[in-house]
Design a binder for this molecule. Structure first.
Ligand SMILES: Nc1ccn([C@@H]2O[C@H](COP(=O)(O)OP(=O)(O)OP(=O)(O)O)[C@@H](O)[C@H]2O)c(=O)n1
Length: 491
């Protein structure tokens, strides 16, 4: 009878077990060492103090990617109840108070241990620009009240200020292109069209624009290793609420008691005050002499005639540059796709006109039909829409088409390059994200060094190497097995 080597099996088993344990240990250490830690986030808060309302946005990004490479995304937004802070000129403390509900919400949303390091910014746009022009001490008082209110919260308060129109345009462009991953990848950029209540911005990169003609419209950036020469312009008073005032001012210049407005629906009839209509620097110098206290604002519902009225608020003739948009403002040749957001989206979405593959003529036909619908019918069809918004959509749609085609020179062809958008990948399109990215240096000028290998590649290589080592180890023990197997065996 053959006697089996008593060492053979146990030695092999022990070696195999040790080998397997070693591999598992090696791979585990490699994985744990390199695995992203349990995701921790950092936060930033921006308050957009617009002319019509204030909105609060909370952004977050992975804490360990503080070196500018992490994706920043919007996690929460809060619409402040009531009007914009510029409407609190007569009650500045009310402006501060109005923010507290959304600020409380922010306290709940951001983890307590991150509160003290979370930057908090407030940026005010055209409403405060106008108030500051009209009454700078009232504007200062509103800021004072707002600052005091914000400083009561446990965040890292970084200040409240008025953004210039150029900043508003440029940061809106940064937001859109950052969210679309166009900056990091160095892709062709998207232009940004922003329509607010009191101002409107157009920003885009054009090969034909190097900043030499009308340098005040030029903003240069170096982002992720690429240089951008951005054309941007903000038209104060051409946000949709102030544009409506200008259209009404044009129709009331002789101080009538009644106007028949083609931009409002037939059957609309509301008494409005002259003092209220002309209470804005956009129209105050055009107030008729000794008008009655009120006028009857009656609707007529005629798109074509409305467009004629709207055209009157644009100066389309004077231009001292090679080419202009309107009011003598330089604008290079339009180029590339455009994202149109804020009121562009609200209005076109309501009117079911966000599909820009629809020919411009068809869009005009639809608007003609919509404007011609009676006010009674419109109210019946949209019982849940705020009356103020509802009454103005015929004007707003007409204004948007006129601004785009007559103002910015979009044609039937280039109109289809416009995308009406509200959000991109869950974050609202607007200037706030670009503003925060800039202030926190979250977009590097140079492209960050990418790791040699992605995490999964690294783990696979470590695993293969460990297996190879194990194989070599087993093979190196071959002489031992041979010796063991040559021992005399009892047969
Ligand atoms: N469902 C909605 C919501 C808002 N609006 C209009 O859209 C404009 C608000 O756009 P927004 O970007 O919020 O403007 P503000 O930030 O308030 O204005 P600005 O940037 O000019 O200061 C206002 O005219 C408001 O009446 C609308 O027509 N329909």
């Amino acid at each position: 009878m053959k006697e089996k080597n008593p060492w053979h099996m146990p030695v092999t088993i022990i070696i195999s077990v040790i080998g397997v344990i070693a591999i598992v240990a090696l791979v585990t250490v490699a994985v744990l060492q390199n695995k992203p830690l349990h995701q921790k986030y950092k936060y930033g808060i921006v308050l957009d103090a617009g002319s019509s309302h204030t909105a609060l946005y909370i952004y977050q990004w992975p804490a360990e990617k503080d070196n500018n490479t992490g994706r920043v995304e919007q996690t929460h937004s809060c619409k402040v109840k009531g009007k914009g802070i510029s409407s609190y000129a007569a009650d500045p403390w009310g402006a501060g108070e109005s923010l507290t509900v959304c600020m409380q919400e922010a306290k709940q949303q951001v983890p307590v241990k991150r509160h003290h390091e979370t930057p908090l910014y407030l940026g005010a746009t055209a409403g405060m620009r106008l108030l500051n022009m009209e009454n700078s001490s009232a504007s200062d008082k509103v800021f004072e009240a707002v600052e005091q209110a914000l400083q009561r919260f446990p965040f890292s308060y970084q200040g409240a200020r008025i953004l210039s129109g150029q900043e508003e345009g440029a940061f809106g462009w940064v937001t859109v292109n950052y969210l679309d991953d166009r900056l990091e990848q160095g892709l062709e950029t998207t232009g940004a069209l922003d329509l607010g209540g009191a101002s409107t911005q157009i920003s885009f990169v054009s090969d034909k624009y190097d900043g030499s003609e009308s340098p005040s419209n030029s903003v240069t950036f170096r982002l992720y290793g690429n240089d951008y020469n951005l054309y941007t312009h903000s038209f104060l008073c051409y946000g949709k609420d102030q544009a409506l005032r200008m259209a009404l001012a044009y129709q009331t210049q002789l101080g009538p008691r009644t106007i028949s407005d083609p931009c409002f629906h037939q059957g609309y009839n509301v008494s409005k005050e002259y003092s209220e209509l002309y209470n804005s620097p956009c129209v105050s110098d055009r107030k008729p002499n000794g008008p009655p206290v009120t006028f009857n604002h009656q609707g007529m519902g005629n798109f074509q005639q409305c467009q004629e009225v709207v055209k009157r608020i644009f100066n389309l003739t004077s231009c001292k540059y090679s080419q202009c948009s309107f009011n003598g403002v330089f604008q290079p040749l339009l180029q590339g796709p455009f994202g149109a957001f804020s009121a562009y989206y609200f209005v076109m979405n309501f009117l079911n006109l966000t599909d820009t593959s629809t020919p411009l003529e068809t869009v005009k036909d639809k608007l003609t039909q919509y404007c011609a619908t009676s006010w009674a019918q419109i109210r019946l069809e949209h019982p849940n829409v705020k009356t103020k918004y509802l009454a103005e959509y015929c004007f707003s749609g007409t204004y948007i088409l006129t601004l785009l085609t007559e103002g910015y020179n979009f044609t039937s062809e280039s109109y289809s390059n416009i995308n009406f958008i509200k959000k991109i990948k869950g974050s609202d399109a607007g200037w706030t994200l670009g503003y925060m990215l800039n202030l926190t240096n979250m977009i590097p000028a140079e492209a960050p060094d990418s790791p040699l290998l992605p995490h999964t590649g690294y783990v696979s290589i470590v695993t293969v190497m460990a297996l190879l080592l194990f194989l070599l180890f087993i093979l190196s023990l071959r002489p031992l097995w041979l010796r063991c197997s040559k021992r005399p065996q009892i047969v």
